[in-house]
Design a protein around this ligand. Structure first.
Ligand SMILES: Cc1cc2nc3c(=O)[nH]c(=O)nc-3n(C[C@H](O)[C@H](O)[C@H](O)COP(=O)(O)OP(=O)(O)OC[C@H]3O[C@@H](n4cnc5c(N)ncnc54)[C@H](O)[C@@H]3O)c2cc1C
Length: 419
């Protein structure tokens, strides 16, 4: 889907309005997909995004059915001076492959297979001037480099070619411990994940146990800490592999076992339906010092709502073996991508979740590596984007100047053209 936000040029004199109407009708007639204007049935559903904290009213929404629709919409937006934003998919297990990949793409397989971008071989892209190009190792290599982490800055990607990995059944799921054991768990986890084989992924989290099955009643609504594991080695070796994990400190809940990979991917879907308020803060982290752990436990113990959480996603293993200048994604030396999310269905709780996430982040930021994973950030300004790309920023800005000199694609973690 491609959305076009009203910048103020539409409307005006009756003649202009008639002309605009005629132009919009011409665009609509050229599309195989749908076009929505504010009075159309379906407009409200089409304009809503996953995070209800973002509430925009675009002048036009084009739900593109094919590449020709994307070209028509981009040309229309450019020729009419409209502010254009790109929308790809949805979230959770249905997180759009577009945004997730272009920002980097972390997941349960990061330690084994690298980031999504490490497996991106080629992409078809509609550029700001309406041209349609393929970026791969032999064509527009600079564009492919930039798409590997540079987000939606360079054009609308209409197809991706990925290297695939044969993964079927994981040995995976959450293990939870009592909150007063969190310092011990974090100290053990920080050592474990650094030397763990690539077949084992595990992200640390603070959570409130959801009040329903499959969780046992005595844990409902309890604040706890945990690790969500994903082992993709030989299944017959799984129990043996997990012996030291289970042995270091018996968990209060152990849901780790054989599970089809898509089931693991969608495990948290019921907890996070679309339409919640989300407030995100993030950082990359190299070291988890005892002091940082103390602060994590302090803020993790104050989770403000049932869906709020803090995750530490490992970005080592295979993701570390790619050079920091080989793709736009600079933080190859970080051990974790930290994300603090305040989440709640009720807009009246906005201040509560925002305040908690900000305070948590402010206390931990001095212990961070500086920048953050762009897919875990909200609008934080140019300096923060630069800090996230570090010495890759200049090259990204030069590629932006080449492919999008007018900064047409700017509703994103924006990389400004140099000219
Ligand atoms: C519940 C939840 C869980 C998440 N878990 C993870 C996770 O495990 N790992 C992880 O890495 N991230 C995760 N994320 C973050 C996620 O990667 C980002 O929110 C990402 O932007 C989602 O992409 P999207 O295409 O679904 O979203 P959209 O809102 O459709 O797109 C986001 C932005 O990406 C760009 N974009 C999207 N599609 C295209 C395209 N085709 N061409 C050009 N630009 C495009 C645009 O700039 C757009 O504004 C999670 C987010 C949520 C809400």
């Amino acid at each position: 889907m491609l959305e076009q936000e009203h910048k103020g040029q539409l409307g005006g004199s009756p003649t202009f309005a008639v002309l605009e109407k005629a132009r919009i009708e011409t665009l609509k007639a050229s599309l195989r997909g749908e076009l929505f204007q504010p009075d159309d049935e379906g407009y409200n559903a089409a304009r809503k995004v996953y995070n209800a904290m973002i509430d925009k009213h675009p002048a036009l929404i084009v739900r593109c059915a094919d590449v020709a629709d994307v070209i028509a919409a981009v040309n229309f937006g450019r020729e009419n001076g409209l502010l254009v934003s790109i929308r790809s998919g949805g979230h959770i297990s249905t997180t759009g492959v577009g945004g997730l990949t272009l920002g980097g793409g972390l997941g349960h397989l990061t330690r084994k297979c690298g980031l999504a971008i490490d497996n991106l071989i080629a992409a078809d892209v509609v550029l700001a001037d309406g041209r349609f190009v393929t970026a791969d190792e032999r064509h527009h290599e600079d564009l492919l480099w930039a798409l590997r982490g540079g987000g939606g800055n360079f054009g609308v990607v209409t197809s991706f070619v990925f290297k695939a990995h044969p993964i079927h059944t994981d040995y995976a799921g959450p293990m939870l411990w009592e909150l007063d054991q969190a310092p011990e768990v974090m100290k053990w986890y920080r050592e474990f994940i650094r030397q763990a084989p690539d077949d084992i992924n595990g992200f640390f989290l603070f959570l409130v146990v959801p009040p329903g099955p499959p969780f046992p009643e005595h844990l409902h609504n309890k604040k706890m800490c945990g690790v969500v594991w994903c082992y993709t080695g030989p299944l017959e070796k799984a129990e043996e592999t997990f012996k030291p994990i289970r042995g270091f400190l018996t968990p209060a809940l152990d849901f780790v076992g054989p599970i089809p990979h898509p089931a693991l991917q969608s495990m948290f879907d019921p907890l996070y339906p679309p339409g919640l308020q989300w407030y995100w803060k993030a950082d990359f982290v190299n070291e988890l010092s005892d002091d940082a752990i103390r602060l994590h436990v302090k803020h993790g113990s104050q989770l403000p709502t049932m869906q709020s959480s803090m995750h530490l996603y490992p970005v080592n293993g295979a993701a570390h073996r790619v050079g920091k200048n080989d793709t736009a994604w600079s933080y190859r030396d970080a051990t974790w991508a930290e994300v603090i999310v305040g989440v709640d269905p009720d807009p009246a709780n906005k201040d509560l979740i925002v305040d908690w996430a900000r305070k948590y982040w402010e206390d931990l930021h001095p212990y961070s590596a500086g920048g953050a994973y762009v897919n875990f950030m909200m609008e934080e300004g140019e300096e923060r984007v630069k800090a996230s790309y570090r010495d890759n920023y200049e090259r990204l800005a030069a590629i932006k100047s080449k492919y999008d000199p007018a900064n047409f694609f700017r509703v994103n973690q924006n990389i400004k053209p140099t000219t």
